[in-house]
Design a protein around this ligand. Structure first.
Ligand SMILES: O=C(O)CCC(=O)C(=O)O
Length: 276
């Protein structure tokens, strides 16, 4: 029998404004989307896991610069766990989102523009995440990591799924963004429009290769200065990811909204959630 996830490969999309996916691009043929995939002139580097540097070769000569703020944990989940995680996700409804993605959100109701947050219908992270969060805490870089939001995203090449370069909010969300990458390998593209250091002639991109079942943490400069994106060209088969976000200092003890922070944590860490 087909799962919810399979049944829902519908012809509707959740795109708004400048966002588009293959579904609305096919329906709105009068709108010219061709500029969308035209690559911008950029200087492209690969992230090297062992040296933690961004590296490229020009005429056989290596050029590189330090690229701090990325932690990769390969095989964070086993094949069995991956299967269990995706099966559980597909038992619930996936909501259409922008740029051909579908999503499931476990988190508070937030208005980022007005800087307002409330519990709303949030009843916790899903139960299956409890063991994952405690595994994350074994890594020194993730010690004390207590997420108050989990967002599952579903990418599919048939929908032209992608996420444009962006920085995550830092009013509500804290220092570490943690993502588990499931079902297929992809590339997380980090970019700086204005370039950096000696590479200051236009955009610089650093490709971080994400293996299936790996976990990636963005922190420091990679979290706050470099934008991140998943480009359409880097989705080759279904990809599902779960991103976990912790609270910023404003919502932690001593912060102006510490009381709200405590309430959010109390709900999140019951691990009794269903998607909103
Ligand atoms: O798909 C990913 O790995 C990135 C997701 C992301 O950037 C976001 O949810 O803000």
């Amino acid at each position: 029998m087909a799962s919810q996830g399979e049944i829902q490969s519908s012809l509707v999309c959740g795109c708004k404004g400048i966002r588009s996916c293959l579904i609305c691009e096919k329906l709105n043929t009068e709108i010219n989307f061709t500029g969308k995939e035209t690559p911008k002139l950029s200087q492209d580097f690969e992230y090297n896991l062992s040296s933690r540097r961004a590296v490229r070769y020009v005429d056989g000569v290596e050029e590189s610069f330090p690229f701090p703020g990325v932690l990769l944990w390969e095989n964070f989940v086993t094949e069995e766990e991956e299967n269990e995680l995706v099966t559980k996700m597909d038992e619930h409804v996936w909501r259409e989102s922008q740029s051909g993605r579908r999503k499931q959100d476990f988190g508070p109701k937030v208005n980022f523009k007005k800087r307002r947050v409330r519990i709303g219908g949030f009843c916790g992270l899903p139960s299956i995440s409890e063991k994952l969060v405690s595994r994350m805490n074994e890594e020194p870089q993730l010690s004390g990591f207590k997420p108050v939001e989990q967002c599952n995203l579903d990418y599919n090449p048939q929908r032209g799924s992608a996420i444009d370069p962006h920085l995550d909010d830092s009013w509500l969300w804290g220092e570490r963004l943690v993502t588990i990458n499931l079902l297929s390998d992809t590339i997380l593209t980090m970019s700086l429009d204005e370039g950096c250091g000696q590479f200051d002639q236009g955009e610089v991109r650093v490709n971080v290769h994400l293996c299936r079942r790996s976990l990636v943490v963005l922190y420091g400069e990679a979290r706050h200065r470099w934008k991140h994106a998943i480009h359409r060209k880097d989705i080759h088969s279904r990809r599902v990811c779960s991103t976990f976000r912790e609270l910023s200092a404003e919502f932690l003890p001593g912060g102006e909204q510490a009381e709200m922070g405590t309430q959010l944590l109390d709900v999140a860490l019951t691990f009794r959630g269903v998607p909103l």
